[in-house]
Ligand binder design. Structure first.
Ligand code: GDP
Length: 462
């Protein structure tokens, strides 16, 4: 946007009052389940509607009005903004229901442009915010695999995971050459899903196929009734193995591809949220897993290397990607620079791994909805920079999450098996409810650096 394009547009308008359509920009918001997508979008929208806390969002002063518009995609669920905001700001504040599938919301900005373009008078920009599970994005890596390759790779990756023991025992006892027995296929799929759920709870990020965890409206359908099996010596037509293979292929063609075609292909700007503190708490293996996942996510945005996806995208590419570590309100601000440095190091690592030369990227640490206030607490003769919030039993508690390493390379060093995490012991009790907020007129919910995130993602458009 800007420069020659603006001049040309102005010229056209001046010539004959030619009505150009108002620009529409699609902002994708993704991240694995519980990364904080729902809370982020809710707070972002509330803060864009009331810009009193958007100091670092450069266009703030030139925006005359922001409106929520009817959702433009008739067949897509609308992001339940009002419900989510009511959950956060009601009499008994609680966290809203998390993202389960794709949803969308349109905000329209009326603003005064800067510089020469200002002579054109007020302008309109439509921002379509698209919320979708990161689990679905990771499915891109399944597209170029055969069932056999996927099954082999999965079985060997999970071979040493405690969470997979039950499924592996079942899969190894199975003879894929035998005729398909539907109850058996259903049991395999159910046990594999149970493994994926346990793996997610244990902090593993590489939990594909994504719809097994977040099925949307596909729960129970044959396209989700498969699981990785070792290849038998012979697998004829009608065998269990052949059925698994056919369903895997259907998952590729009928689930993964349509998602990328309909939603992903139209995204202009992208936010990827990560629960960095959660991974740091679980330890080196969870961090290693997170950085592998980030490289995979970045790979989905890397033009020229995505095979089938490049064909449907043509030359279109995502212009900007922001990686943001959420829930920074669990740390005293004295730790935020370290949290940002670790996020930046993870992004740099992912860029190197994904051999990436696509969009403009940035990393930062933020809190979408501040649940804490800072407080110094005395412990064993020392004064610690802590944060205070309300637990679900109603108690107000101050806790100290520990000190992050100053040098991110200590965190990104090769994983030490079974090593401890970096967060302090009190981090685990920080299950704070959203804070009851007193807001002055014109103010959105309190946050940390949400305005900086918005500025990077869309500030240049107005
Ligand atoms: P989603 O699955 O990505 O949609 O994740 P949600 O937005 O539902 O967030 C998951 C959980 O993370 C919430 O229920 C909160 O417990 C926590 N959370 C998200 N954002 C924040 C934040 O800004 N501050 C704090 N303290 N917790 C947050």
């Amino acid at each position: 946007m800007g420069g020659i394009g603006d001049l040309a547009e102005g010229f056209l308008r001046g010539l004959g009052g030619l009505a150009l359509p108002d620009p529409v920009v699609r902002l994708g918001v993704t991240g694995l389940s519980r990364a904080g997508k729902t809370v982020f979008i809710t707070s972002l929208v509330a803060n864009l509607l009331e810009r009193g806390r958007m100091v670092q969002f450069a266009p703030s002063g030139r925006i005359d009005s922001v409106l929520l518009q009817p959702q433009p995609d008739m067949t897509l669920p609308r992001f339940a903004y009002e419900d989510h905001l009511a959950a956060l700001t009601g009499d008994a504040p609680h966290w809203p229901e998390s993202t389960r599938a794709v949803s969308e919301l349109r905000l329209s900005f009326r603003y005064r442009a800067e510089g020469m373009a200002s002579v054109l008078g007020p302008r309109t920009l439509h921002l379509d915010i698209v919320d979708y599970p990161g689990e679905w994005l990771l499915d891109l890596s399944l597209l170029d695999k055969s069932y056999e390759d996927w099954a082999e790779a999965t079985l060997s990756r999970i071979a040493t995971r405690a969470e997979a023991r039950d499924y592996l025992a079942l899969a190894r006892a199975e003879d894929g050459a035998l005729d398909l027995d539907e109850p058996k296929a259903m049991e395999l799929a159910a046990r594999f899903t149970a493994y994926l759920q346990a793996a997610r709870r244990a902090g593993w990020s590489d939990c594909t196929p994504g719809r097994f965890l977040l099925p949307g409206d596909l729960a129970g359908s044959p396209v989700l009734t498969f699981a990785p099996l070792p290849r038998p010596a012979m697998a004829g037509r009608g065998s269990l193995y052949a059925a698994m293979e056919a369903r895997f292929q259907a998952y590729q063609a009928k689930v993964i591809r349509p998602f990328f075609q309909t939603h992903f292909a139209r995204i202009d700007r992208q936010l990827v949220l990560i629960d960095l503190l959660g991974a740091l708490d679980r330890g080196p293996q969870a961090v290693e897993d997170l950085r592998r996942t980030l490289a995979e996510v970045l790979g989905a945005f890397r033009p020229g290397r995505r095979g089938w996806l490049d064909l449907i995208l043509g030359g279109k590419r995502v212009e900007k990607i922001l990686f943001a570590a959420t829930k920074a309100d669990h740390l005293h601000h004295g730790q935020h620079a370290r949290m940002t440095a670790i996020t930046e190091a993870l992004l740099a690592d992912a860029r190197a791994r994904a051999d990436f030369a696509g969009a403009e990227t940035q990393a930062l640490a933020l809190a979408s909805y501040r649940a804490t206030v800072e407080e110094e607490i005395a412990r064993a003769g020392a004064v610690l920079p802590a944060v205070k919030g309300r637990l679900s039993d109603g108690r107000l508690v101050a806790a100290y999450a520990g000190e992050l390493p100053e040098d991110p390379s200590r965190i990104l060093a090769p994983a030490r098996q079974g090593a401890e995490g970096w967060m302090g012991a009190e981090y685990r009790m920080m299950d704070f409810l959203p804070a009851r907020m007193t807001r002055r007129p014109g103010e959105g919910p309190a946050h940390i650096r949400l305005d900086r995130a918005a500025d990077f993602l869309i500030g240049d458009l107005m």
